[in-house]
Design a protein around this ligand. Structure first.
Ligand code: GDP
Ligand code: MG
Length: 162
């Protein structure tokens, strides 16, 4: 079986956009209606001759249990099913209390957790990226899911983690 990468993070940070970037196709639904569960969330990916499965966790976005609980549950589920986790933060917003709650869960994982700083569309956002070291997940990987900036470096790091 191929290794599995789960993409986790708050709604609207750009998880589905990054999944599309990773698979090189437009299959993950961007700007999905929160709370709507899709039946297909796992996609085949190929990079540098290696195959893996990428799971878009967008189907578990906020519900009646509230944002903290749903993001924490999403993180727990990802930890139990994935070989590595891509934790996505919106660099233009910075680390929120919900991001910190997710990190508390993710730090218990025995699997590698990569911190991705998304929406780094240009150099001006790099100062905000450095602030994300405070999450305690190591070096933030700056990317723009929308424009593709940094996605090759991110994919190399994904393969190292899987
Ligand atoms: P998700 O809810 O985490 O899956 O986020 P989506 O992938 O649906 O993206 C939410 C919104 O952020 C959409 O309007 C995207 O176009 C936008 N977005 C995603 N990635 C980027 C990025 O790198 N830069 C910018 N400027 N916008 C982005
Ligand atoms: Mg999504």
């Amino acid at each position: 079986p191929q290794p599995v990468l789960a993409v986790v993070g708050r709604p609207n940070v750009g998880k589905s956009t990054l999944v599309n970037r990773i698979i090189g196709r437009r299959e993950a639904v961007v700007q999905d209606v929160p709370g709507v569960t899709r039946d297909r969330v796992a996609y085949d990916a190929l990079w540098s001759g290696r195959k893996f499965t990428v799971v878009d966790t967008g189907g578990w976005e906020p519900d009646a249990t509230g944002m903290y609980a749903s993001v924490a549950a999403q993180a727990e589920l990802a930890m139990s099913t994935a070989d590595a986790i891509l934790f996505v933060v919106d660099a233009t917003v910075g680390a929120t209390a919900t991001d910190e709650a997710a990190v508390r869960v993710l730090r218990k994982s025995k699997r590698p957790v990569l911190l991705v700083a998304n929406k780094v569309d240009d150099e001006r956002v790099m100062g905000d990226v450095a602030a994300l070291w405070s999450l305690g997940l190591g070096e933030p990987i700056p990317v723009s899911g929308l424009h593709g900036r940094g996605s090759g470096d991110m994919l190399d790091k994904i393969l190292d983690a899987l």
